[in-house]
Design a protein around this ligand. Structure first.
Ligand code: ATP
Ligand code: MG
Length: 684
């Protein structure tokens, strides 16, 4: 046992220390509020296990995002580095840190042959899954049968919820999709055909990664093997896991020994995707030996006024297990509740504040702007660009979701797995003169052939495909050889260049994206890892088309609240703290949904260490669901900050001076609003 210096645990409080050093047979649950050091405790526990002689490869650490896994791994390495003189120890740490989906993909690849999966299986992202669902819908004649049959996205959402919650289809329809209940029989047939299509084509969707893993881990012969392989299983953000994920943990650790989960029920914000807070609340009683429960009540992140306001907001929640937090970080400044006229002023306010804070020495990276929905940041992005303030945006549209990037990945995926119809369908249609009909014929041929490249070469393309056609079998042949990585990607880009040119007016910008992708690809050991990890967790979109700023550059963080989970910044600005945005207009159906929105606000507020600004524009635009374009509405402060908790906030109006000294809103003449809406509508 490497001797840890006294500093190792000196910074931990007694409860944290107990969790870090816990060694009993019963499973361990740490349930505690925001910023109480749960993630930090988990990292120390991993380091403690390694220092105690545990093989790092036997430690499985499950986090909510790949980014969180990377951060956690670095943190563990730092702790080990400072606790031990052995540099090998720090480097050896954590080969199995990742998301449930990412780890599932790796394990399935490794065990593919033993569980009857094709070794070359490819993974569909949500869009690909929607495309396949659509294909099957057509094959089943369901889309033609009745115009009102649920869309591919709705079908996929229903399917996914059944898989992730384990609830019967009828219950899911009744509870979450009542307007689709009449289609139960058709949906059952559709989902059966969808599953069969995936299996025929050797493709897995996101849900399959969990589903196959759960089944694999429960298979008696493999269960023992996996259980031994991962002596320690640790999970962060446990409140946002779903039933299927809980069943994976139970299969890996049937008696709970070696299992540690941490989380905060007050921060459960993914019920809309099938997560259930019951996982964490029921955890203590799930195993033969009841779990040991550790609670933490001291917050190390935020100043006391920020914490008091956050406590007050979550104090109004209907249900909560974790207790109020306290902090020793005193400060006089309460969170700011700032009224601005509209979203343009909101953007100006935030940009000005961010710059002012930077002048005071708070780097851009230590500040973040949060919002409920990805599109809320649009006016701010314009303002930041105008002022040359670099930023990175988390959540919302991802780099790899851009059409041209997906085109290129489809070619790679098809080469990897020629039975992947969605990939093939997309790839061949990049050729001139190939429409959906020819594409379907080609994909059929290739799928059925023993030698996909030869089948492709033998295909007589329509004359409109011209000379470009011959290059495709040649490309596929080269890629199937898996000659070099990431040179393969460059090969695809060169092949794709003329098609890109033909398809898009802004081909030059898009070409730059593809170059950026090659740079990203260079950090992956091989094509398969690249495809898997990027499909599961694509890099985030950024302020400039040449890609993510270099790590040593300074940039502001823009993030949806959902993507901000687990993180912290010195200054936090929350946009649109108004009814309709938070709670979202789309989520005001049930009281459960409203409660989830309240927890979202709590998550947003508790990201702030020193300064918190909640912005309430008095007027903003909403896109109407029922068509008719945009309209502006006069907004109300969010209902989650009622008068009774206002004492915890400092109220301000901005701009202070100007034509409207009181900051009151004068509505613009109606015609101006209409033209603006029309112009936006042209692109919508
Ligand atoms: P969240 O619920 O938001 O995920 P958390 O409970 O995981 O929060 P951490 O992110 O682990 O909290 O910790 C919050 C902050 O408090 C971090 O900056 C961390 O370094 C610091 N911290 C945690 N424990 C201690 C401690 N014992 N002494 C000093 N600082 C600590
Ligand atoms: Mg955390």
């Amino acid at each position: 046992l490497a001797q840890a210096p006294a500093t190792f645990a000196a910074r931990l409080n007694p409860e944290q220390k107990a969790a870090v050093e816990y060694a009993d047979a019963a499973p361990l649950l740490v349930i505690a509020g925001a910023g109480s050091g749960k993630t930090n405790t988990l990292a120390h526990r991993v380091a403690h296990l390694v220092l105690g002689g545990a093989d790092p490869a036997s430690i499985l650490l499950l986090t909510f995002s790949r980014r969180a896994a990377v951060e956690m791994t670095r943190r563990v390495e730092r702790i080990l580095g400072s606790a031990s003189d052995d540099p090998a120890l720090a480097r050896a740490a954590l080969s199995w840190a990742g998301t449930f989906h990412g780890i599932g993909a790796r394990l399935l690849r490794e065990y593919a042959e033993r569980i009857g999966l094709g070794p070359a299986f490819t993974i569909h992202d949500r869009e690909d899954s929607g495309d396949l669902m659509n294909l099957v819908r057509h094959e089943q004649g369901l889309s033609a049968k009745e115009k009102r049959f649920p869309t591919k996205q709705t079908c996929l959402a229903i399917y996914s919820r059944v898989v992730n919650t384990g609830a019967p289809l009828a219950d899911v329809l009744r509870d979450a999709f009542p307007w689709c209940a009449m289609w139960e029989d058709d949906l059952k047939k559709l989902f059966g055909a969808y599953v069969a299509a995936k299996q025929r084509q050797d493709v897995l969707d996101y849900d399959d990664l969990l589903l196959y893993w759960a089944h694999m881990a429960a298979e008696p012969t493999l269960a023992a093997e996996l259980g031994q392989r991962f002596a320690h299983v640790l999970v962060d953000e446990y409140q946002d896991t779903n039933r299927l994920q809980a069943s994976i943990l139970r299969a890996l650790k049937p008696d709970g020994r070696g299992l540690t989960v941490v989380g905060d029920d007050a921060q459960s914000i993914y019920a809309f995707r099938g997560a259930t807070v019951r996982n964490i609340l029921d955890f203590p009683g799930e195993f033969a030996q009841p779990a040991t429960v550790v609670t933490l009540e001291r917050n190390y992140r935020s100043t006391q006024p920020i914490l008091a306001a956050s406590n007050a907001v979550i104090g109004l929640a209907a249900e909560r297990f974790t207790k109020n937090l306290w902090s020793e970080r005193s400060a006089s400044q309460r969170p700011q509740l700032v009224t601005v006229r509209d979203e343009a002023d909101q953007a100006r306010y935030v940009a000005a504040q961010v710059l002012a804070r930077r002048e005071e020495g708070v780097a851009l990276k230590k500040q973040a702007v949060l919002f409920r929905a990805a599109h809320h940041s649009a006016p701010l992005e314009i303002e930041l660009t105008r002022r040359n303030i670099p930023f990175v945006k988390f959540g919302g549209l991802k780099f790899l979701e851009a059409a041209h990037v997906k085109d290129m990945l489809a070619v790679l995926r098809w080469a990897e797995n020629p039975r992947d119809r969605v990939a093939g369908f997309r790839a061949v249609q990049l050729m001139p003169g190939i429409g959906p009909k020819s594409a379907a014929r080609i994909v059929d041929l290739v799928e059925a052939a023993n030698d996909p490249v030869a089948a492709l070469a033998d295909f007589a393309p329509p004359s409109s495909a011209g000379e470009a056609w011959a290059a495709l079998p040649a490309l596929l042949g080269d890629l199937r050889l898996r000659a070099a990585w990431p040179a393969d990607l460059e090969r695809v880009r060169r092949w794709y260049a003329p098609h890109l040119e033909r398809k898009y007016e802004d081909a030059a910008i898009r070409e730059a994206d593809l170059l950026q992708m090659e740079r990203i690809a260079a950090s992956y050991p091989n094509r398969e890892r690249f495809l898997t990890e990027l499909t599961l967790d694509p890099p985030d979109a950024t302020s400039d088309e040449s890609g993510v700023p270099l790590l040593d550059e300074d940039y502001l963080i823009l993030s949806t609240i959902h993507s901000a989970k687990g993180q912290e910044w010195e200054s936090v600005y929350l946009l649109n703290t108004v009814d309709g945005c938070i709670p979202s207009d789309l989520a005001t159906g049930s009281s459960a949904e409203i409660e989830e929105e309240r927890r979202l606000l709590y998550v947003a507020m508790t990201r702030a260490k020193d300064a918190l600004h909640l912005l309430t524009p008095q007027r903003f635009y909403v896109t109407q669901q029922s068509g008719g374009g945009d309209r502006h509405v006069y907004a109300q402060r969010t209902r989650f900050i009622p008068t009774s908790v206002l004492e915890h906030f400092e109220q301000a109006v901005w701009p202070v001076a100007g034509s409207n000294a009181a900051g009151a809103v004068t509505p613009p003449p109606q015609a101006v609003v209409d033209i603006a809406a029309k112009l936006r509508g042209m692109w919508g």
